[in-house]
Design a protein around this ligand. Structure first.
Ligand SMILES: C[S@@+](CC[C@H](N)C(=O)[O-])C[C@H]1O[C@@H](n2cnc3c(N)ncnc32)[C@H](O)[C@@H]1O
Length: 221
């Protein structure tokens, strides 16, 4: 009886060399590291922009329009001394004021925006007249500034009004963009719609009540 020749079936799996498997592991590690690193970087960049929304008073980064900046500069005509932008964003108001000769300072919570502001000031050649601090506006004093600019939100204006009243000296001018202070009566108003800007002079009174009683007419600058 003749034996039926047994056919050898081809091996279903090709043996993997140890070199191949370690190459595969390296790729795996590289991809995991890349994805992890990207997620950490995204988290680091995005968090400071999202954080203001999670605070009691939500003050997001909304940059001033060029008309708004022009209106602020109008309110700074014939003014001198130091200037502060409270919540300075990407530094556009501070830089514009520095170009007009002010020693201008910005306080901003978001470190990325502060670093970018410093870069812009350096690029525009005004870094010697500008300073940007990573600070919470509620934790610093603005007592040594004679010109104060703020582009805030309605929910914070009353609290800020009280803070500024306690801190600022009699010759200070406060300029509010887009949202006015609830109690003070503005000495000057300019612009319209979202570009409206109000200026308040603290030269005569330092108290909110006295300021409200002062029937200062609304005037176009
Ligand atoms: C409406 S934006 C105004 C930006 C800039 N002043 C402008 O006019 O272009 C308000 C800025 O305040 C910052 N901000 C929010 N909460 C803050 C806080 N507690 N202290 C300091 N800055 C804050 C935000 O990150 C944002 O950049």
């Amino acid at each position: 009886m003749s034996k039926v020749p047994q056919s050898k079936s081809p091996p279903s799996e090709v043996p993997v060399s140890s070199e191949d498997s370690s190459r595969g592991r390296s790729w795996g590690l590289l991809i995991t590291g890349g994805v992890g690193g990207t997620l950490v970087a995204l988290y680091a960049v995005i968090t400071p922009f999202v954080m203001p929304a999670l605070r009691k008073v939500c003050l997001p980064f909304v940059p001033a329009t060029s008309t708004q900046i022009e209106n602020v500069l109008k309110m700074l005509q014939n003014r001198s001394g130091s200037l502060v932008d409270i919540g300075s964003g990407d530094g556009r108001i501070v830089i514009a004021a520095a170009k007009r000769g002010f020693k201008a300072v910005g306080y901003e919570l978001n470190p990325w925006l502060v670093w970018y502001s410093r870069y812009r000031a350096w690029r525009d050649g005004v870094h010697q007249n500008t300073k940007f601090y990573i600070s919470d506006l509620w934790k610093v004093s603005f007592s040594h500034y004679t010109n104060v600019v703020v582009f805030g939100v309605p929910q914070m204006m009353l609290q800020l009004e009280k803070k500024l009243e306690e801190e600022l000296k009699g010759n200070a001018r406060i300029i509010a963009c887009r949202f006015p202070f609830p109690c003070w009566i503005p000495d000057y108003t300019t612009g319209e719609g979202i570009d409206t800007v109000w200026a308040y002079d603290l030269k005569t009174s330092n108290g909110c009540e006295a300021k409200c009683l002062e029937r200062t007419p609304r005037t176009e600058y």
